[in-house]
Design a protein around this ligand. Structure first.
Ligand code: THU
Length: 161
């Protein structure tokens, strides 16, 4: 048996002001977007903002449904919308932010597994990393330089032959 260690650099910021300007602008859009989430069931509002190579920012927020699994996370709403509106344009980054009507979200909202997989599809397709910037309402802000950092050993079209 061999042991293979997998690690990655996670950047930790004390506040939005500490982020690079481009990331700051993107996070502000994600924070704005979370206010328009449709989340009558969970009361957990997530906003996402995608920055494209053409400098467009496409936003999304979670859209829930009385039939719970029919709803969709903010990250996928945003990244699918970006690909629908600007097909083939490279994606630089996605910022994600969460708030709740029931409690203070005091730690960054990390994308769920399905969203990681969906972001990974575009990252692999464009052969360039998509950085992920995450925040809550308060507390630190996290950034990783590639979705592959938080989705190691990802499934991709390479497995399909
Ligand atoms: N949610 C997101 O929008 N993104 C995630 O990565 C995790 C969860 C949404 C889905 C649902 O509307 C609510 O948060 C509670 O799970």
């Amino acid at each position: 048996m061999k042991l293979r260690k997998i690690g990655f650099d996670l950047m930790v910021y004390e506040s939005v002001d500490e982020l690079e300007k481009e990331d700051q602008i993107l996070m502000i859009e994600a924070v704005k977007a979370r206010n328009n989430a449709y989340s009558p069931y969970s009361k957990f509002n997530v906003g996402a903002a995608v920055l494209l190579d053409n400098d467009e920012i496409v936003i999304g927020n979670n859209q829930e449904n009385a039939s719970y699994p029919s709803g969709l996370c903010a990250e996928r709403v945003a990244i699918f919308y970006a690909s629908a509106k600007f097909p083939g344009i490279g994606i630089k980054a996605i910022a994600i932010s969460a708030t709740s009507k029931n409690f203070v979200v005091d730690k960054p909202a990390a994308p769920c597994g399905n969203c990681r997989q969906s972001i990974s599809e575009y990252e692999i397709k464009q052969l360039r990393p998509i950085s992920i910037i995450m925040s809550g309402e308060t507390g630190e802000i996290l950034k990783c330089k590639s979705v592959s950092d938080i989705l190691p050993l990802a499934f991709s079209s390479a497995f399909l032959g």
